[in-house]
Design a protein around this ligand. Sequence first.
Ligand code: ARG
Length: 588
Amino acid sequence: MASVTSLTASVHQRLADALSAALPEAGAADPLLRRSDRADFQANGILALAKKAKANPRELAATVLDALPANDVIKDVEVSGPGFLNITIADKAIIETLAARAADDRLGVPFQQDAGTTVIDYAQPNVAKEMHVGHLRSAVIGAAMVEILEFTGEKVVRRHHIGDWGTQFGMLIQYLLEHPHELDHEGGKEDGEAAMSSLNRLYKASRALFDSDEEFKARSRDRVVALQAGDAETIALWQRFVDESKIYFYSVFNKLDMQIDDPDVVGESGYNDMLEETCRILEESGVAVRSEGALCVFFDDVLGPDGNKVPLIVKKTNGGYGYAATDLSAIRDRVQNLKASTLLYVVDARQSLHFKMVFETARRAGWLNEDVKAHQLAFGTVLGKDGKPFKTREGETVRLVDLLDEAIDRATSVVREKAEKVGLTEEEIVENGMYVGIGAVKYADLSTSAVRDYKFDLDQMVSLNGDTSVYLQYAYARIRSIFGKAGDRRPLAHPELELAPAERALGLHLDRFGETLAEVASSYEPHKLAAYLYQLASLYTTFYDQCPVVKPAPAPEVAENRLFLCDLTARTLHQGMALLGIRTPERL
Ligand code: ARG
């Protein structure tokens, strides 16, 4: 494993040195380097520096140019416009850098310097309830962040904060007690659908009784008390709901091609033992105060429509604990026991006020501070094709599994259409259909900025043209097919060759993989990785059109160098897609 210094980083360093040599009194100055269409890079930092030093920017630019020692990386620098530097990289440096990447299993991507421990809260459905598109987003975005952070060297602890506690369980448990066989079903332990449909049936029946029968309602309320008191029989029944629901959750995660491990599922109930202490600490430290019988935390900037402060309620007037007490206890656990340096929550933007208040409370209590940060990776709503929140024609929330099944169906037909040409077996068609369908759903979610709403449009998602996972998967498979019988032979780079514009553009982009990942990891923006990969596939397409690899046959070392670029592109695509949780079949 050897990390590779990117061309951007080495050019940046050289320019920064030249800047301080040209103008020592300015101290360390940022050359403000960016990719440019005119040359490979443009440095704009001289303008600000000249202003500060009251110098003529074009003259200063010329001095900087003189201070730049001769080197192998920069082939050409030119002063342009009011004092920009246009920088062209040497072809040799591009291929040599890429060859160093190709020699490394991690494609030369360095481990982050100051890695810490991130506890990530994602994929958190609710017990005895259906999973819908909101749960999809948390799962997909969260899983991508897990992979990306781990790849950069961060230690990651997964936490699935499932909704497994609350007063609604009183009604469900009471009903099950009175109708002991209602959760029985034909399907075995693996049958998620059977588990969910019996849960649904029981939920509806108990709800109907609860709404129509006052005595059942009263018995249900007593059952909540028994549950909270830890009554053994009540807990045993509650556990059945949790277990049946988990069978279902796992079946959906499985379909999503996502691994969720049981020890990482620590739901709301997992913090029951801490709730009392959390409240005591908050009250004794004065962070929370009694108000109308409840234990509350107030904030100057959280006001209701009447202008009065709206509190975070940590303990209700009736002594019950809610969502906030659980989340505050979870923070204590994650910071004190799991030793987190970062807490990341992949949760719907509609819960942003909750997290704002919870984080601020934790800060006042000292659980969060300079060394331990919390961040909500908030995501927007999934909309139907009509641009309205996603509902069935009957106005019900759409079941996530139904959407996934439909995506797989559609994708399978797309795959089947091309299958004959590639010579896929029926088995491969079915497997690829799954990878393409699930990939399409994940990619659509990951390729727009998380906070934005997006339209769930299967036609668009499985389209072969445009910014879709299928497009990227085909690009990958096409590259792999070039290697065909050559198999896994690693082509050799030829740094001595002059490069065509499309080769340079592809090469410079390949070199930016590590930088992109570092940015995505620190800003929690997986859509930037999707954009990078899409651009990679597009640059590859242009390269493939303009620079023949096989026919018409170029000179042998040119062909070899092009194969080298193909191979590195495929490996980068494969790695990037894997980080997004998307498979890249070898044949498609
Ligand atoms: N179960 C919740 C829901 O479905 C999400 C939980 C988010 N995580 C948390 N720590 N509050 O909306």
